[in-house]
Design a protein around this ligand. Structure first.
Ligand SMILES: Cc1cc2nc3c(=O)[nH]c(=O)nc-3n(C[C@H](O)[C@H](O)[C@H](O)COP(=O)(O)OP(=O)(O)OC[C@H]3O[C@@H](n4cnc5c(N)ncnc54)[C@H](O)[C@@H]3O)c2cc1C
Length: 363
């Protein structure tokens, strides 16, 4: 068997995509996961941009359950409609997507050790003989062990899926600081038979299940009278920019462990997957040419740093406004045609691309 050069802790999408890309570059990696079915706890659906999914270079299509054309953003009585004529995003079954990533990594030659929890003793041992990558999610043991933790705000979410035949092709997003301070609630058509209701709340301001019940009551959502097919709570980490490489000890972080999450929406699959692709190249250069691993951190922030900042700015603005303030903001956006502009030129992953498109048009 090939010598283990890279040890990856966590076989979520970020860890599995990294393992596949390393294997394709001829580098042997072993991926450990404490679960036999890896991924965030009780992963369900995710809304991922089509452009972003394509950038991951995985055969994701079998995980797609619906295709969306846009979003309606609600605050008080106002609605901002961002509805494109072209498909913008897929709803994907994230467990299925994770399994596809693992299968592709195995086919490329990566090794998986599932059902194995990695703690401090194992990390000390693994870091003596290989590069260690923390792809172990929002509450990362690797980040904590190697002192790479950043300042984190946690968004608590509660989501429930209901059997509900529908033809819906857009997601509805609700800003209401009486219900979900610091984040928002949403109604998403998971498939033609299933609708998801969900609420996220800044952990400093309350409890997600309680906020969810308030959401259902405030918007008289009859659908919630049914028994959900599944319901669960989970965590989204919003981490400010931090070190994601420990050069001396040969440690890197990717995915949620590295805070590679859009603060505006909590989406992290595309960013974490792209970071994994960049990390694979940096590891190859390090092993073959002794180039610094830090080139990963530099390349990641060069490519995504501005967008990460802009997502954080968007989050800061909407979480500082009360419902009335958001309602006024939406009225202003409608008055100056922002909904129309975003319907034609929007991009859910890259605010900087939207700005570039705007500047290009106004020339
Ligand atoms: C409610 C909710 C909705 C979301 N919706 C979206 C969305 O629509 N679009 C989007 O892009 N993103 C979404 N996200 C974010 C997305 O889920 C994460 O960004 C993504 O799953 C992160 O992938 P990851 O591989 O970094 O970590 P994870 O998927 O969390 O995987 C980490 C893995 O590490 C393993 N692990 C942890 N510790 C150890 C250890 N000590 N030893 C061994 N194994 C360990 C875990 O078992 C797990 O399998 C959402 C998140 C939540 C909570």
């Amino acid at each position: 068997m090939a010598k283990q050069k890279v040890s990856i802790v966590g076989a979520g999408t970020a860890g599995a995509i990294l393992a596949k890309n390393l294997a394709k570059l001829g580098i042997h990696a072993v991926v450990y996961d404490r679960k036999y079915k890896p991924g965030s706890p009780q992963m369900a659906s995710g809304i991922l941009s089509i452009r972003g999914l394509e950038s991951l270079k995985i055969n994701y299509k079998k995980a797609v359950t619906n295709t969306l054309y846009g979003a309606r953003v609600h605050a008080g009585k106002s609605i901002l409609k961002i509805l494109s004529e072209k498909p913008q995003a897929h709803v994907v079954d994230r467990q299925a997507l994770n399994e596809i990533c693992i299968e592709e990594a195995k086919e490329a030659g990566a090794e998986f050790v599932l059902g194995k929890q990695i703690g401090s003793n194992e990390l000390n041992e693994l870091s003596r003989e290989s590069i260690v990558v923390g792809a172990d999610g929002a509450v990362s043991t690797v980040a904590k062990h190697f002192g790479l933790s950043g300042k984190t705000t946690y968004i608590l979410t509660y989501r429930a899926e209901y059997e509900w035949p529908n033809e819906e092709k857009s997601v509805d997003i609700f800003f209401d600081n009486r219900v979900s301070p610091g984040f928002f609630s949403w109604i998403a058509p998971v498939s033609k038979d299933v609708i998801e209701l969900a609420t996220g709340i800044d952990a400093r301001f309350g409890n997600a299940k309680f906020a969810f019940e308030k959401f259902v009551k405030a918007y008289a959502l009859d659908i919630a009278k049914k028994k959900p097919i599944r319901a669960y709570a989970s965590i989204i980490p919003l981490i400010s920019k931090k070190r994601i490489v420990d050069e001396r000890r040969g440690v890197l972080l990717v995915g949620d462990a590295a805070g590679q999450v859009k603060a505006s929406t909590g989406g992290g699959v595309i960013l974490g997957g792209n970071a994994a692709i960049i990390a694979a190249w940096a590891i190859k250069e390090n092993l073959e040419r002794n180039a610094p691993l830090n080139s990963y951190e530099k390349a990641f922030y060069k490519k995504f740093g501005v967008d990460l900042l802009l997502h954080r700015l968007v989050h800061r603005v909407y979480s500082s406004l009360d419902t009335k303030g958001m309602e006024i903001a939406i009225n202003i956006m409608n008055a100056v045609g922002i909904g129309e502009f975003l319907s034609k030129h929007g991009d859910m992953d890259s605010p900087s691309l939207i700005i570039k498109r705007f500047l290009h048009m106004s020339r």
